[in-house]
Design a protein around this ligand. Structure first.
Ligand SMILES: *Cc1c(COP(=O)(O)O)cnc(C)c1O
Length: 849
């Protein structure tokens, strides 16, 4: 029989164990080792069975055990001390509190958040990154409010059939059994947001609150009785349905999200955000809701747009076209031709998402494009991805060179306390008395080579045990009652060079590249002296049969008798698995099609645990590979076609494993320690741990984006939005006048017929400004090496100053020192100038000589 209704009854804890309840509901436990140990010690077997979930653990632990613990003074003392520690953590000043002029608070929107295995509200990298962002923000004291959706079934649970085919199931989550609480009004009723929909329907959502250390995370949930049946399912699962379902989710996330933040700040008295950060385009509608609010206070759309842009940061995460969120323009039109956003005209909405550039589609509404138009500051997630994004979105700033496109980059990082194995922490605390693996001195001789090697050995053995457990469970699920084959006890070997490879399975990540030459792979796996073993995991999007076929190919190869103990596919890749997988590997493999991996974070998590990377020079690895921390698989960019490229890159991969990776790993000293290998591990830990940590990333976001955005936001908002009104009026005036702006002619002097290094080139440009005044523009000489067809490379710029007017032209002049020999070229460009513009390209206006 099926229940018609379900709920979770929470345990009533004995009074002396009150601390446990509070410790369980703040997700800081998920990255605080002493608190994790406390929960484990309550009942280690149950801790495993509940998937490391304190709320579930407390719900299921036997009353007798609770009674026992309640009378155990040492345990009660430990729990109370940890609660004190949590209270200190929540209130003491941290890094952010020493900054000046920093935003009072920042709202961070993301369609998914990967915080802990116990709160499965993520599908992959985007969500894990968002979770890590919140955790580091908490550790640094950054006042962020996270905003997302609560998905009733999260993403999906992956099983693998006997034929190797991915099977999805959607276990339903019970929010009452999760570390969440409903946000309530003072009268005790649940706070709700409401969105007007076409046909006079209304979408309601309640607001769950999770505590991520100091950071509140608000999750909107439509599964409530206020909604008709078909709307209750809007937040059913992550990336579930197509067009309209997805649009509803994103309307709720963006518009409902801003409304939820407002309710939250009013109810709790915490400061309203000055900066809004949207993690990828999905949450882009947040800007429209804020525009609507401002229109309500008397601003025009154009004025409100300037105010909203000033305080908005947009992060783009993918150069893969299929990863960019697009809707039918007509669908968006229908949803905004309602009372959804009072004061906002549907034509203005449509213009923000229009692909109005070469190659764009007139019937498409593009969320990334809207994100760029609504955010004065934007970034990609590695240096290479920044560059690729400037090229990819360059059409929005025609006439500007790619390097002028206003998209910077902040390279991703990973939250070290979450992703560093306790074995690593144990070692540094034992030998160095340090509690931070990212700032300790890894070169200190108190940590010996043997220590490092034994640490890795423990983590490798732990992975082998976990892999066997998972594969046994999966076998039993597929073959009930059949009993596990004898060879399962030989699955993987804790002494063998272990290579990890785990990811979502879109085609560009090339899950099966390693299968390119099966015989060669077989030889590597079964090498008599230097064998290799591979641990692989990953989910394919449910609608992606091609991805599922790749998984199947791999699973089938991995079941061949001569290799099956050396290559395994672990079903249901998630945070819980990942936390053992990265530390257990000696080498992390990544072989995307360059440059489609925007950043990639799994290799970072491996590096924090002393694994070496073996990767295509894409994403973060293109920035951090230094010849000592791993290996670069050469990209065969110039190959004739995709098949040839795969073949070449696969050959390089095999060559590297055979000739470099395995020999170094198996080159042992008399004491059995591979000294050369351990030197690379130590180098990796010393150099990459600080650089790859999410603390570094969040500090960069704060210093380079949030603080400047807050300054801009204040400049446009102060004194009743005077700055915003001025800026909007100025933009309108400049746009109207721009067609008359020309560089009439340019004179130069000061250089002989044979120019020499050190000469001063005098440049005078005569510019017609039409209705603009000289202070409205910036005139620059742009110079550098002249390349083919006179294209400039290694470009620099020097400002030209007003000299006077002659007729209807204004003269601007300045000098450039010729600093190096070789070809030299220059030109003059005019761009709009206003102190509230963040970059010269912002308005897309330029006049070039
Ligand atoms: C880190 C992580 C990812 C993302 O890995 P990428 O290398 O960035 O693609 C996906 N899933 C889980 C469970 C992770 O821990």
């Amino acid at each position: 029989m099926k229940a018609i209704r379900r709920f979770t009854v929470r345990t009533v804890l004995p009074e002396s164990l009150g601390a446990l309840g509070e410790l369980a509901t703040n997700l800081r436990w998920s990255w605080h080792e002493p608190t994790l140990q406390l929960f484990t010690s309550i009942d280690p077997a149950l801790w495993e069975r509940t998937g490391h979930d304190p709320v579930a653990l407390l719900g299921e632990v036997s009353p007798a055990r609770l009674e026992e613990l309640a009378n155990d003074h040492a345990f009660v003392g430990r729990a109370d001390a940890l609660l004190d520690d949590l209270h200190n953590y929540l209130s003491e000043p941290r890094w952010y509190q020493s900054l000046e002029n920093a935003p009072t608070s920042i709202a961070y929107f993301s369609p998914e958040f990967g915080i802990a295995a116990a709160l499965p509200q993520y599908s992959g990298g985007l969500g894990i990154l968002a979770g890590d962002h919140l955790k580091s923000a908490s550790d640094l004291g950054v006042p962020i409010i996270g905003v997302g959706l609560f998905y009733r079934a999260g993403y999906f649970r992956q099983g693998i059939s006997r034929e190797g085919w991915q099977q999805e199931s959607y276990p339903v989550l019970d929010p009452d059994g999760l570390p969440l609480s409903v946000l309530r009004n003072p009268d005790g009723s649940a706070a709700q947001v409401a969105l007007a929909l076409p046909d006079d329907r209304v979408l309601h959502a309640r607001i769950w609150q999770a505590k991520v250390g100091r950071v509140p995370l608000l999750l909107l949930d439509t599964d409530i009785t206020a909604n008709p049946e078909e709307l209750r399912g809007v937040t059913d699962r992550l990336y579930g349905g197509g067009g309209e379902h997805r649009l509803l989710q994103e309307l709720l996330l963006g518009i409902g999200g801003v409304r939820a933040v407002k309710i939250f700040t009013e109810l709790t008295g915490s400061p309203a955000p000055e900066v809004f950060h949207t993690n990828e385009g999905h949450a882009g509608f947040q800007g429209l809701e804020r525009i609507s609010d401002l229109i309500g206070t008397g601003l025009s759309f154009a004025e409100a747009l300037q105010v909203v842009r000033a305080g908005t940061v947009f992060t783009t995460h993918t150069p893969v076209p299929a990863g960019i969120d697009r809707f039918d323009r007509s669908l968006v039109e229908r949803y905004f031709s309602t009372d959804l956003l009072p004061g906002v005209q549907v034509a203005d909405v449509l213009a923000l998402g229009a692909e109005s550039y070469d190659g764009g589609s007139p019937s498409t509404f593009n969320m990334a494009v809207m994100g760029l138009r609504l955010g004065q500051r934007a970034n990609g997630v590695s240096q290479l991805h920044g560059e690729v994004s400037r090229g990819m979105f360059g059409g929005l700033w025609p006439q500007f060179d790619a390097e002028d496109v206003p998209i910077t980059s902040v390279t991703n990082g990973v939250h070290a306390p979450t992703w560093t194995d306790p074995a690593v922490l144990d070692l540094v605390s034992d030998r160095l008395g340090a509690w931070d693996t990212t700032s300790c001195d890894w070169r200190n001789e108190a940590i010996t080579d043997r220590d490092l090697w034994e640490m890795k050995g423990r983590m490798r053995a732990q992975l082998v045990t976990d892999a066997r457990r998972r594969l046994t469970a999966s076998w039993n699920e597929q073959n009930p009652g059949a009993g596990v084959p004898a060879w399962f006890s030989d699955l993987l070997d804790p002494e063998v060079l272990t290579i990890g490879f785990a990811r979502r399975v879109p085609t560009y990540k090339r899950l099966t590249l390693m299968l390119h030459d099966r015989e060669r792979l077989r030889k590597l796996l079964t090498h008599p002296e230097r064998p290799v073993q591979l641990v692989i995991a990953g989910k394919s999007h449910p609608a992606d049969d091609e991805g599922k076929r790749l998984i199947q190919e791999l699973v089938q190869f991995a079941s061949e008798p001569d290799v099956r103990t050396r290559i395994v596919f672990l079903p249901n890749y998630d945070i819980g698995m990942a936390q053992l997988l990265y530390p257990g590997t000696d080498v992390w493999l990544n072989n995307p099609l360059r440059p489609l991996e925007a950043c990639g974070t799994s290799g970072m998590k491996a590096a924090l645990n002393g694994s070496l990377n073996l990767s295509i020079l894409d994403g973060w690895w293109a920035e951090f590979y230094d010849g000592e921390n791993g290996w670069a698989i050469p990209s065969a960019d110039s190959a004739g076609d995709a098949a040839e490229r795969d073949a070449l890159e696969a050959e390089s991969l095999y060559d590297l494993i055979e000739n470099q990776v395995a020999p170094r790993f198996y080159d042992r000293g008399a004491d059995g320690v591979p000294t050369r290998w351990v030197a690379s591990m130590r180098h990796t830990l010393a150099t990459l741990s600080p650089a790859l940590s999410a603390d570094r990333m969040v500090k960069e976001y704060v210093e380079r984006l949030y603080v400047p955005a807050a300054q801009s936001e204040r400049a446009v908002s102060d004194a009743g939005f005077a700055g915003g009104r001025d800026l909007a009026a100025w933009v309108t005036r400049v746009r109207a006048a721009w067609p008359a702006v020309h560089v009439a002619h340019v004179e130069s002097g000061g250089v002989d017929t044979v120019p020499q290094v050190g000469d001063q080139l005098h440049v005078r440009a005569h510019v017609t400004l039409g209705d603009l005044s000289p202070s409205d523009v910036k005139v620059e000489v742009v110079y550098g090496r002249a390349r083919d067809e006179d294209r400039l490379a290694e470009v620099e710029r020097a400002r030209l100053e007003v000299e006077g007017t002659e007729g209807d032209a204004t003269a601007f002049a300045g000098t450039v020192r010729l600093a190096r020999a070789g070809s030299f070229g220059y030109t003059v460009r005019v761009t709009p100038r206003h102190e509230l513009l963040a970059t010269p390209a912002e308005l897309g206006l330029v006049a070039i000589a």
